[in-house]
Ligand binder design. Structure first.
Ligand code: IVH
Length: 714
């Protein structure tokens, strides 16, 4: 008998047998999405689609309660930890919220509460409303006012210990403000990245040929799940406090009172939180937030309502994975339908060709969209790098009607094609085989190691391709590189077109050549701005080694890697010599570089290739004649703590945590976030908790702050 596809059958029409199969199929699909979302920070479906799967799953269980076993997903939240970090058991589980999608769902929510508590219609029920932040939930444990542990949600019962990384966030206090702090206090909330910071981070990542994130949520997750807290520290993460876990005493009697208390203790709380007194108030709040959503600097995917009185919250309790006293009122997915008018190809610094769909302008969530990213050739063809694309098999053609979505509110994406509306003469899009520059250099297809992203098409023109040259120059003057005021992307484009600049060294000879160029006579320039520009350039003739290395724009060398290389080699000469030796295949240099923190094969291969190119050596040589490169502060190797691993814990009284870390690192020590067998010293201040115990367990030497100063001779 042919198998019937029941995946679209309404739940009420499923037979018991079909329901069982459909329940199992949905469980597998949802678990897959959970793993991609929670463990790999790479969702493959929109929130709306995920929610639809979850609702269908729950509707099946509602109709056939026997299917609700202990393994049921409806009893689980999120997914198990990834294994990179130590596991942490939550003393109070981190639960999830039920969803409301319509105004009717909100009315039902309030009615249910009134019925449950027997609150009559004419009695006011205060409910707080606040934005639902699209980030990662985090639990912060304070003992005697000191932050001792930060853990992710994980599966709700067990998360991951990300204390060292969380401590790098400026909006998270290491110490609770004020006196009389509870003995134990767990503050919960959301770690997120602002939209502006996300765009800037992706730009830097692209410049360094490193991983690009799909939305602010993924970049927050990726930034937090770093083995090296130094990387997390370099990523702009923020935190909103909105809930709590274990509390040895309760400082307030209402939800809003708790939030006020958190703010007084040093946390950032959401200023948009409001207390509502009726369903109409809640709905108005939802509409208001939906309208303001696009203008907020962080992503939100709905609003959360919570019963204000904590005694009522307690009486209401929980159902399976969510509290009865709270609900998330989601926003409609920001999608729209429009037509693809063309495909624009741009060439990046490393020659990668990126296609962008040129769309018939359309409004999505209050913003006019006329471009959408198409990622790469395979994405256009409808071939997911990991075979899980929603649009699998449906390619995108010029003339097609497509559904676009603002992923994470920032980069619009084409999520699907409406095949019924495809013009008869529409032909599959042919990815260019030649670079769009005037040289029409050949384009080659490169498979990306590790898969998942699809192949890249790269222009082979390298040094000849004007697009790559221009992008190189833009990178060279960018904020994290030479950062020359008055010389931004627009000026670089103009100067390049006019042939005043061809390579970085030319920036420093511009003033001498200005007699001929006469920049002050160009439109948009004047005597003063030209003077300022030349002064800004002159100031950068003296540059730090890490900025210089980063500015070269070697593939795979981002800011963090550049810092690691600068620290490792100390001087430009040492680094340059190492590069040349690498290019000649010197194994000793290779393993010496490999031993540096943060540096691996990809970077080494890339440096070897860079220094193996005569053209690059010329560029570097001409540039080093123009600038003076300052030596890096090289960690001392002769100090007693060089090469040792140190953990700081408890409240430090004579230095801040950052100072302690920086000081130890300057002396060549490695500062770790948790204690293990490999730890050499634990420096413990008052209030030190579990790490002190760990130190005793592993037989690690424990020092007071004074002992530490004595040891390092301060
Ligand atoms: S309250 C007991 N408030 O949404 C529930 N959650 O599906 C405590 N979230 O895991 C959560 N903004 O990551 C709450 N203002 C907010 C929130 C919020 C975002 C997330 C949180 C939670 C998920 C629930």
């Amino acid at each position: 008998m042919p198998r019937v596809d029941t995946s679209k059958t309404p739940v009420e029409f499923l037979t018991e047998k079909q329901a069982k199969a459909e329940h199992a199929r949905l469980a597998a699909e949802i678990s897959g999405h959970d793993a991609r979302y929670y463990q790999h920070d790479a969702p493959s479906v929109s929130d709306a689609e995920y929610d639809a799967l979850r609702r269908r799953y729950e509707a099946i269980e509602e109709r056939f309660p026997d299917l609700r076993t202990l393994e049921s997903l409806s009893l689980k939240v999120g997914a198990a930890p990834t294994g990179k970090f130590a596991k942490v058991r939550h003393t109070v589980p981190m639960l999830s919220l039920a969803n409301a999608f319509s105004e009717e769902d909100v009315t039902d929510f309030v009615d249910r509460i009134r019925r449950f508590l027997k609150i009559p219609e004419d009695e006011i029920l205060a409910i707080t409303a606040e934005p639902k932040i699209d980030g990662l939930s985090m639990s912060l444990r304070y003992e005697s006012g000191t932050l001792v542990r930060a853990a992710t949600r994980g599966d709700g019962s067990e998360g991951e210990d990300v204390t060292a990384n969380i401590k790098t966030l400026k909006s998270i206090p290491h110490q609770l403000k004020g006196k009389d702090v509870p003995a134990v206090c767990e503050i919960r909330g959301e770690v997120y990245m602002t939209k502006a910071d996300f765009v800037a981070l992706n730009k830097r990542q692209a410049a360094a040929d490193e991983q690009i994130f799909a939305n602010p949520r993924n970049s927050a997750a990726g930034s937090l799940r770093q083995k090296d807290p130094g990387i997390t520290a370099s990523r702009p993460l923020a935190f909103f406090a909105y809930a709590w876990g274990e509390m040895s005493e309760m400082p307030a009697e209402t939800q809003s009172g708790m939030i006020e208390w958190m703010a007084a203790r040093g946390f950032t709380t959401n200023p948009l939180m409001k207390t509502c007194r009726s369903v109409e108030d809640l709905i108005r709040y939802h509409r208001d937030m939906e309208a303001r959503r696009a203008k907020l600097d962080y992503d939100i995917d709905g609003v959360v309502y919570k019963v204000d009185r904590l005694d009522l919250q307690e009486r209401l309790g929980f159902v399976s994975r969510s509290p009865r006293w709270a609900i998330a009122h989601k926003f409609a997915a920001e999608q729209a339908t429009t037509i693809v008018r063309g495909v624009l190809i741009t060439v990046g610094r490393t020659g990668v060709l990126t296609p962008t769909a040129q769309l018939e302008p359309v409004t999505v969530g209050g913003v006019v969209v006329s471009n959408a990213t198409l990622h790469n050739e395979d994405y256009i063809k409808g071939i997911g790098g990991n075979g899980e694309m929603l649009r699998e098999g449906r390619d995108i053609r010029i003339g097609d009607t497509v559904i676009i979505q603002r992923a994470g509110d920032v980069i619009p994406q084409v999520v699907d094609v409406v095949l019924d509306k495809r013009p008869k003469d529409a032909k599959p899009y042919k990815f260019p085989k030649k670079c769009p520059c005037h040289l029409h250099t050949d384009v080659v297809r490169e498979e990306v190691a590790g898969g998942g992203e699809g192949a890249r098409n790269r222009c082979t023109g390298e040094f000849a391709c004007p697009y790559q040259k221009i992008e190189h120059l833009k990178h060279f003057v960018s904020r994290r590189a030479f950062d020359i005021e008055g010389l931004g992307e627009k000026q670089i484009e103009l100067f390049f077109e006019q042939e005043w600049l061809k390579e970085p060294a030319d920036i420093f000879t511009l003033e001498a050549r200005n007699k001929k160029i006469k920049l002050e006579e160009q439109e948009g320039f004047g005597e003063l701005s030209v003077r300022n520009l030349f002064d800004a350039i002159a100031q950068r003739r003296n540059i730090s080694l890490e900025r210089f290395i980063y500015a070269l724009g070697v593939r795979h060398i981002g800011e963090t890697t550049a810092v690691a290389l600068a620290r490792g080699y100390g001087t430009w000469k040492a680094f340059h010599d190492a590069g040349l030796k690498l290019a000649k295949g010197d194994e000793e240099t290779r393993s010496e570089m490999d031993a540096l923190d943060q540096i691996g094969e990809t970077v080494i291969d890339s440096l070897a290739a860079y220094f193996g190119e005569k053209h690059n050596l010329g560029i570097v040589e001409r540039l080093t004649r123009e600038v003076k490169i300052r030596d890096a502060e090289k960690p001392a190797t002769d100090s007693v703590v060089a090469g040792k691993t140190v953990v700081f814990t408890g409240a430090l009284e004579q230095m801040t945590r950052d100072e302690a870390k920086a000081g130890a690192e300057r002396l060549g020590a490695k500062v770790a976030g948790s204690v293990s067998k490999k730890t050499d010293y634990v420096v413990a201040g008052p209030g030190a908790g579990s790490k002190l115990k760990d130190a005793q367990k592993h037989g690690v030497k424990v020092l007071s702050e004074d002992d530490w100063f004595k040891l390092i001779g301060r």
